[in-house]
Design a protein around this ligand. Structure first.
Ligand code: NI
Length: 419
């Protein structure tokens, strides 16, 4: 399946499930805007049959690369984000619930759901867009909700987009998030005001707001019930602040009032939007090539290649032969995913009420050891020599890559409540 087809299928499914999405897109189109999506957020269970690694396979095959890793300790989630060199493709955030941090009851429930999914289905390249393949009772979903809003949403809706996020910095006239929020409220849309409508700040590199999730009727094994579905999110990215330079930040910010499309045709608007994204991306890339990888053009890629060469010549920070493991957290994920260490995101602010799904941003536990399919911790498991999934040689190779990538990633993506 071509990546554009998969993304389009996810978007269409998301819009069909959440009536507000088409409405907002139509309102923005009427206002002369071309909607570009900054990222798409997917969710899954932290089970080896369907974890992040499994879910992102079609994206990785299409050229997406791992670009950031996160943990959200309070929500007991981990997340990764993936980026493509094609700036027209959205970032992909995928999170997974760290099952072994939850009660035996929740773990048993998840296993009973996964037991209903055939191996063929789990191996399908479009697993992330297959919806809910299991039967579940509403009462069980509500029992999950008492422990985790995330688990309840995933049990009720299955594998599909949890949310899409409009790239506010790519809008021509409503590029200011506060102005966009006012525009939406003026048209009767409800925004999630918990913790303030706008989360994050220019200093954090990202401002986001979101609607209150639509409540939709869903069929469960014990009847049809109304449950909160998905919210629509709006993100404005800012260049990372440089030392003592709010003025510099202001100069560098991706304003777009002077870059409104001059043509009236959709082709002109698309061309103008592409130019804006390129200009915005070139500036951002200088400051946050890691944080905004979509915007990194060929020149920046060449620079990254040169940097990679320097890193490879430098002594690795982690010896492949004797990996340094201080605890069982990030290193486990390094081994598992072959990427830079996970970062805690203290800015995670979005609350999870019954009407607003948790954020696309996830976080986690320090214990990632698993025993086979149950996903539960194996008592006394050693974590010093790799994961249960990898042989020693593969493990060493991954750690080598990790150390190189981790040191290349000079900055951590600041995403206060997204993933
Ligand atoms: Ni998000």
């Amino acid at each position: 399946m071509a990546i554009h087809d998969l993304l389009d299928r996810l978007r269409r499914d998301y819009a069909a499930l959440n009536p507000q999405v088409e409405r907002i897109d139509a309102l923005l189109a009427e206002a002369g805007e071309q909607v570009v999506h900054d990222h798409i957020a997917l969710r899954t269970w932290g089970d080896p049959r369907c974890d992040i690694e499994v879910l992102v396979r079609p994206f990785v095959r299409a050229g997406y690369r791992a670009a950031g890793a996160y943990r959200f300790a309070e929500k007991r989630l981990v997340a990764r984000h993936f980026a493509h060199d094609d700036p027209d493709l959205p970032l992909v955030f995928v999170s997974e619930l760290v099952l072994d941090q939850f009660s035996p009851g929740l773990q048993d429930m998840v296993q009973s759901l996964l037991a209903q999914v055939s191996e063929a289905e789990l191996a399908a390249p479009d697993l992330c867009a297959r919806g809910r393949p299991w039967q579940v009772a509403h009462a069980d979903v509500e029992a999950l909700r008492r422990e985790s809003e995330y688990a309840a949403w995933l049990a009720a809706f299955g594998w599909r987009a949890n949310h899409l996020t409009v790239a506010v910095h790519a809008l021509a006239r409503l590029g200011d998030l506060a102005a966009l929020d006012e525009f939406l409220k003026a048209h009767g849309l409800r925004l999630n005001g918990a913790g303030g409508e706008i989360k994050g700040s220019p200093a954090q590199g990202l401002e986001q707001s979101s609607t209150v999730a639509d409540v939709v009727d869903v069929e469960f094994s014990d009847g049809t019930f109304a449950v909160p579905a998905c919210y629509y999110e709006f993100a404005r990215r800012w260049p990372a602040p440089t030392a003592g330079s709010s003025a510099a930040s202001s100069r560098a910010r991706p304003t777009r009032s002077s870059r409104a499309p001059t043509g009236s045709s959709s082709r002109d608007r698309r061309t103008a939007a592409r130019r804006r994204r390129r200009r915005c991306g070139e500036r951002l890339a200088r400051l946050e090539a890691h944080a905004y990888p979509r915007a990194v053009g060929k020149e920046s890629r060449a620079r990254r290649e040169r940097a990679r060469g320097r890193q490879q010549r430098a002594a690795p920070t982690v010896s492949p032969a004797a990996p340094s493991v201080r605890d069982t957290g990030p290193e486990q994920l390094l081994v598992k995913y072959g990427v830079e260490p996970i970062s805690d995101l203290p800015g995670e602010t979005k609350n999870s009420t019954s009407r607003s799904s948790p954020t696309c941003s996830p976080a986690t536990t320090d214990t990632r050891s698993r025993s086979g399919r149950s996903g539960r911790p194996r008592p006394g498991t050693s974590t010093t020599t790799g994961s249960p999934h990898l042989g020693r040689a593969r493990c060493a190779s991954v750690i080598r890559r990790c150390s190189s990538r981790a040191s290349r990633a000079a900055t951590t993506v600041v995403i206060p409540r997204s993933a």
